[in-house]
Write a protein that binds this ligand. Structure first.
Ligand SMILES: [Zn+2]
Length: 374
């Protein structure tokens, strides 16, 4: 599965033409982050670089615009964390305590997941998305048909195993995975990134909203909820029972221990330049943690809805995503999702999922007499 390089070059030419035509500073400013992304995409796919001068911006300027925008985002994140500190702390702690209480075990067997050939890999992704409804299947099919999904991607600085590069100017994008193999890990990564693509194509592009991953606290909800449904699908359809369980196990583990970090979002009195820089980094990290954590918790609360009625699940997710900009508090979000607020803060859904996952893995590995730590 490789990205169509000709299409990528054509897309870049189209953007140049749009930039040439409008000559607007605003347009350059609001698209700077996507132009930098496109440069990464071109480097990682073809080993070439974008000629930024043709886009009416220098790399340095594009970086500056991006940095400025991120600064505004960080302020928003800081405000959200401060205003919702108690609630976040409560739900983070519930998660940690539950893991401690049940004696959560890790299963470091990454090679135990299923390997696919390319065509079965695609079939599974399409079959999964068809459970969510025709519209979403169509978007995913388009990404495949237009060769907008590629493996073996190279990125020197970004540590993510997969990425979605969105191009709002063209109302489209590309999904890439660094993996060289078709297995359940890379399948899960691509399904996750396609979740971001669907989010952009159904909500962001049609409304011409200026929204990007770091700008939106709930942006991981969509993709993580879909990813959680995928693991359920893999288990339910017997595609990869162990792989599905291992990935869920990893997700619980990834979200462990944030309750101790949350204090760093508060301003330091008379902070030095160095302290401010450190705080910016802390909040950037915490921003990621909070976004993934919220996505994870919400997906645990929505998985039963997917099991009962995948289309209704998708409607709920869309309604939530559509209104996420107006959600000022975590309580607003919980309410919008139709989740009982007491049950949410008790962590009922998360704890149930955790116990279920641990029970299943124990059965698989311990019955087979395989020790956990080898
Ligand atoms: Zn994501």
């Amino acid at each position: 599965m490789q990205i169509d390089q000709k299409r990528l070059h054509d897309d870049i030419d189209r953007i140049k033409r749009i930039m040439n035509h409008s000559c607007s500073r605003d347009l350059v400013q609001s698209n700077a982050i996507y132009l930098l992304g496109l440069d990464d995409l071109l480097k990682g796919t073809c080993g070439e670089e974008i000629d930024f001068k043709e886009m009416f911006v220098s790399v340095r300027q594009a970086q500056l615009f991006t940095y400025e925008m991120e600064g505004k985002v960080l302020d928003e994140v800081k405000r959200f964390i401060q205003n919702n500190c108690e609630e976040l702390l409560k739900i983070f702690s519930v998660h940690d305590q539950a893991m401690d209480k049940i004696g959560f075990l890790t299963y470091p067997y990454p090679m135990d997941v299923y390997s696919y050939d390319e065509s079965f890999f695609k079939d599974v992704i399409l079959a999964f998305y068809s459970t969510l409804g025709k519209d979403y299947y169509k978007i995913v099919k388009k990404y495949f048909d237009e060769n907008r999904i590629g493996m073996c991607f190279v990125h020197e600085t970004n540590t993510s195993s997969a990425l979605y590069y969105k191009i709002p100017l063209l109302k489209s994008g590309y999904v890439v995975s660094k993996s060289q193999v078709y297995n359940t890990w890379s399948l899960c990564d691509i399904v996750h990134e396609l979740g971001h693509a669907i989010d952009a194509e159904t909500l962001m592009f049609p409304q011409s909203k200026k929204m990007n991953i770091s700008e939106d606290l709930y942006s991981e909800v969509f993709s993580l909820a879909i990813q959680r449904c995928l693991t359920d699908f893999l288990i339910d359809k017997n595609v990869d029972v162990i792989g599905g369980r291992l990935i869920d196990n990893e997700t619980f583990l990834d979200n462990y221990g944030f309750s101790k970090k949350i204090g760093c979002a508060f301003p330091i009195k008379n902070a030095t330049k160095k302290q401010l820089k450190k705080q910016r980094e802390d909040i950037l990290n915490l921003d990621d943690n909070v976004r993934y954590f919220l996505g994870h918790i919400i997906s645990c609360n929505l998985i039963n809805l997917y099991r009962a009625d995948p289309k209704e699940f998708m409607q709920t997710l869309l309604r939530f995503s559509m209104s996420r900009r107006e959600l000022n508090s975590l309580d607003d979000a919980v309410e919008k999702l139709g989740i009982d607020i007491d049950s949410f803060y008790r962590g009922d859904a998360v704890i149930n999922e955790m116990i279920d996952n641990q029970g299943a893995l124990k059965l698989i590995y311990h019955k087979a007499g395989i020790p956990r730590d080898n």
